[in-house]
Design a protein around this ligand. Structure first.
Ligand SMILES: Nc1ncnc2c1ncn2[C@@H]1O[C@H](COP(=O)(O)OP(=O)(O)OP(=O)(O)O)[C@@H](O)[C@H]1O
Length: 344
């Protein structure tokens, strides 16, 4: 178990982590999400005692990292895969870690096998590809057979087979009752991997919830209908007082509707439906909606925006965090609401 209590880190005037309080529990995979610069890495560094908190605390099974004897046997972490002595072979890198943590030598061979690096064990780490470096970092995390695993962007640089492998590895670690805490920018990957989510923005806690509740509470759910008698269906829905969104593709969307009720309504008017499908937004959409206010760096997505000569096409830093469209001020799907067939 990892327990954060009011954890705060300031770098000069910058508050990177702002009073974070949450627990990472055993037996599940907890995903750690946040826009760039949200404070994920700083939080993970404080868990490992690499940065000192300005205030608050973080405990690993009830102790601060510096109070742990042989810390690799309590918590294994992959933070920066490049942070290793590149001149050493993979085997020697792991052997040094093992020797300084009271871990038997035989474990080095075991973890090299687990991560699929046995064939290159005697090769120098500096010649490793990004993916091989990630695997070596993961081997280091597993070395002490710890109860807690923490991975910062573990799928970075891994090919699809590698991504599949780490996903299954994390699942098997959680299934064996271990605590797994993982950050990732890949929402589709996180949606397949995590059971629970902790989301932060500008250092502050935005959500600490199950994956299913996170998506349900932060996304739009609707039913999509298609009919060859589209105009008649629109009239029927309108007469029933149902607000309909007309999409460019010809489909109709009803927010929060029940597929059963809509299907029965269409049937009672002898209307043919070619599609009647409940839709739920993806984790990515839910994440974008929740963090819209706390994104620190924005890129212009307006294709019509032209740059002045000499103006660099770089993301710009928002002067004020609340400049971004807030869900309250611009409701989910406000653009489609304008297309509503009001009073039709
Ligand atoms: N050593 C440092 N000195 C000054 N500012 C720092 C330092 N480390 C981090 N920061 C700042 O703290 C904030 C949080 O950074 P952090 O790297 O923890 O975010 P992150 O969520 O991991 O971002 P990313 O997803 O881009 O990796 C950023 O604004 C960053 O610039």
């Amino acid at each position: 178990m990892i327990e954060l209590d009011g954890l705060t880190k300031r770098f000069g005037t910058k508050t990177a982590v702002d009073h974070l309080t949450f627990s990472v529990r055993p037996g599940i995979i907890t995903g750690f999400l946040g826009p760039n610069g949200a404070g994920k890495t700083t939080t993970m560094r404080m868990v490992l005692g690499l940065d000192n908190p300005t205030s608050g605390s973080v405990l690993i099974d009830g102790k601060r990292y510096d109070q742990l004897k042989d810390p690799l046997t309590y918590i294994g972490a992959l933070l920066d895969a490049k942070a290793m002595h590149g001149g050493r072979s993979a085997y020697n890198h792991l052997l040094c870690l093992a020797q300084s943590n009271g871990i038997p030598k035989a474990r080095v061979t075991e973890v090299l096998d687990t991560v699929g690096l046995t064939a290159v064990a005697r090769k120098k780490a500096k010649g490793f590809s990004l993916g091989m470096g990630q695997r070596l970092g993961i081997a280091g995390a597993l070395l002490g057979d710890p109860r807690i695993l923490m991975f910062d962007e573990p799928v970075n640089g891994l090919d699809p087979e590698g991504i599949h492998w780490i996903r299954n590895l994390m699942k098997s670690l959680a299934a064996a009752g271990r605590t797994v805490f993982v950050s990732s920018h890949l929402m589709s990957e996180m949606a397949l991997t995590a059971d629970h989510l902790v989301v932060i923005g500008q250092g502050r806690l935005l959500a600490d919830t199950s994956m299913a509740d996170f998506i349900r509470n932060n996304s739009r759910s609707y039913v999509r209908l298609r009919s060859p008698q589209r105009e008649r269906l629109l009239d029927v829905l309108h007469e029933a007082g149902i607000t309909v969104v007309e999409t460019g593709s010809g489909a109709l969307e009803v927010d929060g509707g029940s597929a059963e009720q809509l299907g029965e309504l269409a049937a009672s008017h002898h209307l043919t439906l070619h599609e009647l499908s409940p839709q739920q937004a993806s984790l990515e959409e839910a994440f974008m909606r929740l963090t819209a206010e706390s994104v620190e760096y924005h890129a212009h997505s307006d294709p019509h925006r032209t740059l002045e000569p000499g103006q660099a096409a770089e993301p710009h830093r928002a002067a004020e965090p609340h400049q971004a469209a807030a869900p309250e001020s611009q409701p989910w799907g406000s653009s489609w609401q304008q297309k509503n067939r009001k009073g039709a």
